[in-house]
Design a binder for this molecule. Structure first.
Ligand code: ZN
Length: 241
């Protein structure tokens, strides 16, 4: 069994399609989505339909939550607000109800999935260092937990203390340790690499491998501009920021 773990798609259809094709070529049989299907880019409806049709475990992200709230978003950037308003115009009531019903945390086999943190999953805190990760790890009852939200692939290991690892590409899972693993972002990476990021977990081999996948970024950028969304949302994709 090989499990593709992916999130922070943010309505980037070309990146999502490239990641799922890559996962299928690499014999993934199961999928887990870490949330933020919508927001920012032009194709929330197509992305939501694809993820829903996978029938896989999905957790709720902050943009998924914002999309199905009645009020206008506050405490978010202007760029995020524009993406949310676009998302609301594209989705049906059924789509919004599906997003609203997503859970914050899912336990899947021997691991946990969450969008932001396990200590306060509905407060959308950003895990930026070992201290933040430690707070989440104290609520983690499985050897592995996958998360997203920062759009930066980085992982944390708790043994005696908590250690942080940047820019990972392969993790060998050792018994007795706990791993809190950020798989990066499919649709809007922010680690300086424009390519879509996701991970494949292979339980029998005790390893997790991060993959970077090229996609047709020019099409995604043109769709953002054609949808009347801010040009900055198209430009940032090329910079991986
Ligand atoms: Zn996100």
């Amino acid at each position: 069994m090989r499990i593709a773990v992916f999130g922070d798609i943010h309505s980037n259809l070309e990146a999502l399609q490239a990641v799922l094709a890559h996962a299928q070529e690499n014999h993934c049989t199961h999928f887990v989505c870490l949330g933020d299907i919508v927001g920012y880019a032009a194709d929330p409806k197509a992305c939501l339909d694809i993820v829903r049709d996978l029938g896989c475990p999905v957790v709720k992200g902050n943009h998924d939550e914002l999309a199905c709230m009645d009020s206008s978003p506050d405490n978010v950037s202007q760029l995020a607000t524009e993406g949310i308003m676009h998302t609301r115009r594209q989705l049906t009531q059924e789509d919004l109800d599906w997003l609203a019903a997503l859970k914050f945390v899912r336990n899947v086999r021997d691991f946990t999935a969450v969008h932001a943190t396990l200590d306060t999953p509905n407060h959308w805190g950003y895990v930026m260092n070992a201290l933040d990760a430690g707070a989440s790890l104290s609520y983690q009852h499985t050897p592995l937990c996958f998360f997203g939200h920062t759009h930066v692939p980085r992982y944390y290991v708790r043994e005696a203390g908590v250690r942080s690892y940047d820019g990972w590409d392969n993790i060998g899972i050792e018994t007795g340790k706990k791993y809190f693993i950020n798989v990066g972002s499919v649709g809007q990476p922010r680690d300086g690499d424009w390519r879509a990021a996701y991970a494949i977990y292979h339980p029998a081999e005790h390893d997790v491998v991060l993959h970077r996948v090229q996609y047709d970024i020019a099409t995604t950028q043109q769709k953002i501009i054609d949808a009347g969304l801010p040009h900055r949302l198209a430009e940032r994709l090329a910079h991986g920021r």
